[in-house]
Design a protein around this ligand. Sequence first.
Ligand SMILES: [Zn+2]
Ligand SMILES: [Zn+2]
Length: 339
Amino acid sequence: MLIAAPRPETWIRKSSAGLYCEPGDFYIDPLIPVARAVITHGHGDHARPGNAGVLATSDTLAIMQQRYGGAAGGALQPLAYGKSVTVGDVAVGLLPAGHVLGSAQIVLDYRGTRVIVSGDYKRRPDPTCAPFEPCACDVFITEATFGLPVFRHPSDQVEIDKLLHSLALFPERCHLVGVYALGKCQRVLALLRRAGYGEPVYLHGALIGLTELYESLGVPLGPVLPASGVGRDALKGRIVLAPPGAIADLWSRRLPDPLVAMASGWMRVRQRAKARGVELPLVISDHADWDELTATIDEVGAAEIWVTHGREEALVHYAARKGYRARALALAGFEEDEE
Ligand SMILES: [Zn+2]
Ligand SMILES: [Zn+2]
């Protein structure tokens, strides 16, 4: 007798601790410490400390160890892209998500049904991480940080050229660029190198650890120097990278006539750039824009689309109109700001 596969929502569902896979008895990117966690990537709203067991790519585990030390987790289990392990009754696999180094989509196979949890992802090439790998599935759980048609990211090359052009135009000014510590900092460095910029780039102390880690994991980023302790005059005409929180505070006041830039998908929103005192907004995003989100939904060919993590409504509407079974998952605990 043929027994129908159980509906996916009966075995993978939202709980107060995050997305829970019952037949595997594990949580994906849990909000609180759990016995078994599968982690998509190292950003703080996805990878939290204190889980007893953690399954992730080796790069993500290295990032978690760098950030949390011994609190990264009890048993750390690395899994390579394209490989799979059995956890409880579920086969768990990881595929590149193209978001930051180590970022993974989580592939879950249970009783003939495949569910893929995208985590954060983008589709355009990024020299610092493996490209997103689309994979056919029955349910695709997609992020939607930039899930509105107004979000169409420009080419990152054009944005980096803006920075280099400004540097040539204002050689007396220090160019201070706000970047998130994990991913964006290293991507901006790599994009500068690709554009032919070979000068040392100066880093705020909070960015040095992860940048060195990327280098040690095989991502070349060119010469970098700590910004602290460098004389004011020596920073004229230089590029200094700092976390977004540092660009407006006391730290930046010792820089010579800083021209404040910021690299973020949110720089597409004029008011956000203004509110942060950003003179040179650089729209460089580590999340898929509207076109990438919709193209990905069409590409993976899942009959069901669950939308989470951001602007859920518009994407649910898009998917439903195209004939997919679509719903908003509304997971708690994710910050739209950390890219
Ligand atoms: Zn996120
Ligand atoms: Zn992220």
